[in-house]
Design a protein around this ligand. Structure first.
Ligand SMILES: [Cu+2]
Length: 341
């Protein structure tokens, strides 16, 4: 009721203002004036307001940066994140520079060339040199930015070298939580399929695959070692999700029926980042960055970055998926026979 009354009051207020303006207009016409014509004095007043508005506009822009700046992400905690941030800084710097130049010109021209009875506009239809300049310069700058971006992208998306030491983790998404699966001693993830999902096996890991025996399934939080490349493989059970690890400048879609991947090398431990940010409760986080349903906001997992020794100690405490390797051998023999054919 209150909302309806407020709405009616606002509408009536607008109607009242419109009629009031109409009354002024009609009374001006009755006095022989032409209210739709802009006088030179009115034009000059508008022109004088231009620099005032420009300064207020710039002040607001700078205030926004200072006010919201502290809410931005802290420095990148992954190797590739530094290149990513450099690209971002250069792009933003360029945009802000162009913003100041073009807006200043815009306001200056509006001020300088306010209407004057004694001045006529020059008819100036075309200038090839100018056209070339303002097409050529932005094209060149954009081409350099795009090439720089493509190069950075290619480097980021390069999969981990299999020969080198690395950690292999599967991030499994479903409405509405994450599960991490470590590849275990053999550093190979066991096969998995939706057909195997049953009871406690929410990830559908194939217990007949020998590589699945030593896989370790972790919920709530997962750990990664500092300075070691981590290869992530993403899967989804139901809808599109997106694995988003903002502090590592990492994001990848999780697509039902397909595997996607992303890798990065963490460079700052959780403890170090707590000191850097001055926040003793700081935690790296894995979020879902696709609105995937009602409890999407709740889909997150903490990430702990620690020394290799601490990481290995933690991993050793986690349970293996199939410690006795009950059914595993059969399939292995079958696989060997298939391979021999
Ligand atoms: Cu989700």
């Amino acid at each position: 009721m209150g909302v309806t009354l407020t709405f009616i009051a606002i509408v009536l207020g607008i109607v009242a203002v419109v009629y009031l303006l109409r009354v002024f207009e009609l009374s001006a016409i009755a006095q022989g004036k032409k209210p739709w014509e802009v006088t030179e004095e009115e034009g000059k007043n508008q022109a004088r307001l231009m620099p005032v508005f420009m300064i207020a506009f710039y002040a607001f822009f700078i205030w926004q940066i200072v006010h919201w700046g502290p809410y931005l992400l802290p420095e990148s905690a992954s190797k590739h994140g530094e290149d990513y941030d450099t690209l971002m800084t250069i792009t933003m710097g360029l945009i802000i520079f162009v913003f100041f130049v073009t807006q200043t010109l815009l306001f200056y021209f509006a001020y300088k060339y306010a209407y004057s009875k004694n001045r006529r506009a020059t008819y100036y239809a075309h200038n090839n040199k100018l056209e070339l300049l303002w097409t050529g310069v932005p094209s060149l700058v954009l081409t350099i930015l795009i090439l720089f971006g493509l190069n950075t992208w290619n480097e980021i998306m390069q999969p981990v070298n299999e020969e080198e030491e690395h950690v292999l983790i599967e991030l499994y998404a479903k409405q509405f939580d994450w599960t991490a699966r470590y590849a275990g001693k053999d550093n190979k993830l066991g096969r998995a399929s939706v057909k195997n999902i049953a009871g406690t096996n929410a990830l559908g890991v194939d217990s007949t695959d020998i590589h699945a025996n030593d896989d370790k399934i972790v919920k709530g939080e997962f750990h990664i070692p500092v300075g070691v490349p981590v290869q992530f493989v993403m899967r989804s059970q139901d809808v599109l999700h997106s694995a988003y690890m903002p502090h590592f400048r990492a994001q990848m879609n999780c697509v039902p029926g397909a595997k996607t991947q992303f890798n990065f090398t963490p460079t700052i431990t959780t403890e170090e980042m707590r000191q850097k940010t001055g926040n003793p409760d700081f935690n790296y986080i894995l979020l879902c960055n696709k609105i995937c349903g009602a409890a999407h906001y709740n889909m997150q997992m903490d990430i702990i970055v620690e020394s290799k020794e601490d990481y290995e100690k933690w991993l050793a405490e986690q349970k293996e998926f199939n410690p006795n390797g009950k059914n595993a051998n059969n399939i292995n023999e079958k696989e060997i026979k298939l391979a021999q054919r």
